[in-house]
Design a protein around this ligand. Sequence first.
Ligand SMILES: Cc1ncc(COP(=O)(O)O)c(C=O)c1O
Length: 319
Amino acid sequence: MDPADLIWMNGEFVPWEDAKVHVLTHGLHYGTGVFEGVRCYDTEIGPAVFRHSDHIDRLFKSSELYYMPVPFEREALRSATLELIARNGFRSCYIRPLIMRGYGTMGLFPLDAPVDVCIATWEWGAYLGEEGKRDGIRAKVSSWRRIGPDSLIPQAKASGQYLNSVLAKIESHKAGYEEAILLDHIGNVCEGSGENIFVVRDGVVYTPGQSASILDGISRKSIVQIMRDMGIEVVERDVARAELYLADEVFVCGTAAELTPLREIDDHTIGSGKPGELTVAVQTAYEDALHGRTERYREWLDPVPAELYEAAAASDLVA
Ligand SMILES: Cc1ncc(COP(=O)(O)O)c(C=O)c1O
């Protein structure tokens, strides 16, 4: 990761190298943090954050689920993010807001620890690779099950919960695959280590529903809407493991990975072994939406105001 100039921490813009926390920060020990992964694209209408308010809403919901009151209004985080992007001089970037229990108390009762908020931005290419997006990737069903609803909160994007994804990711990497697919606590297909999953059979698209312990993905929601707008039938229901192997096409999606086709799962070739027709059509439509090329989805874009870039350039001149 290449450093950017600034990070936003608790209301201040600080140089990247000064954005530090104490080693006794509660979240470092117990995983008491929640975060988001968001992207800004260089779109037809200028740099713009994709579904910004949906990401901020999910961040606040995740925080509430873990009893962390956020010491900033939603709008303060939104405007700080837009200003940070401009001051870092990015036209496109990945955005990582993090809310965590900070330094002050130890032990498992966290409610007396302060709540810290920071936002970082950096340039980050497609998480599963541009080649993966074009040609598809190889995935493996993990021996690790996705966290269950009776022990954690799958709908929350919480830091500690990601140890589950980390185990699955390492296992798949060591076995020579590019991504892991996790089953839910019942044994049905749940999602990738950082992506939601879709299975295509006979022209119909199936994806696990909310009760399958998925993270309620914002890319998933957008892609479901795009597919329905394209006249494609999308069914949310339990998906059995073998349906992955029997599928004509399989793809995953997430903010980091965008839409990435799967060409092999557990050494079974999916369809022809190349991204299928439906997948490619939906991927193209989704990329168009992300980049503001489709009028009807422009409402999903939160533009970075040009004045913020001008102000950042002017203050650079003064400095
Ligand atoms: C476990 C998990 N599932 C699904 C997703 C996809 O969610 P989104 O499309 O909101 O990025 C992510 C990424 O945030 C994730 O980490």
